[in-house]
Ligand binder design. Structure first.
Ligand SMILES: [Zn+2]
Length: 120
């Protein structure tokens, strides 16, 4: 039910881990099937210099979080805020309709981490 891009991220999720002393941390969960994502970012010169994720959830949530880190790494904060959940699903080559609730939290988790960084 998953395409090759999704399966690749699923078998080898990118940027998994934790950043100690992260500049921003974003949490998100969904109620669809209990997926949880935590995003850690390191910011340098207004760009995302490093990003790590912890994911607890189904395949779609893991693949979406993994793809989101690839889209976000090296982007400015403004560019990263423009990454949408739709863009993540599109970069993955599409996801099964009933799994969109799972993938549609990855970009939001990123935005939460950026907001956490920006908060005074
Ligand atoms: Zn899920």
């Amino acid at each position: 039910m998953y395409n090759d891009i999704v399966l690749d991220h699923l078998s080898d999720p990118r940027n998994v881990g934790v950043i100690e002393n992260a500049d921003g941390i974003g949490h998100i969960g969904n109620t669809a099937d209990g997926d949880k994502i935590t995003v850690y970012i390191k910011v340098e010169n207004n760009e995302i210099a490093d990003i790590k994720i912890k994911v607890f959830g189904c395949g779609a949530a893991i693949a979406a979080a993994s793809m989101m880190t690839e889209l976000a790494l090296g982007k400015t904060l403004d560019e990263a805020l423009e990454i949408t959940n739709d863009a993540v699903a599109e970069a993955l080559g599409g996801l099964p309709e009933h799994k969109l609730l799972c993938s549609n939290i990855a970009a939001t988790a990123l935005h939460n981490a950026i907001r956490d960084y920006k908060k005074p």
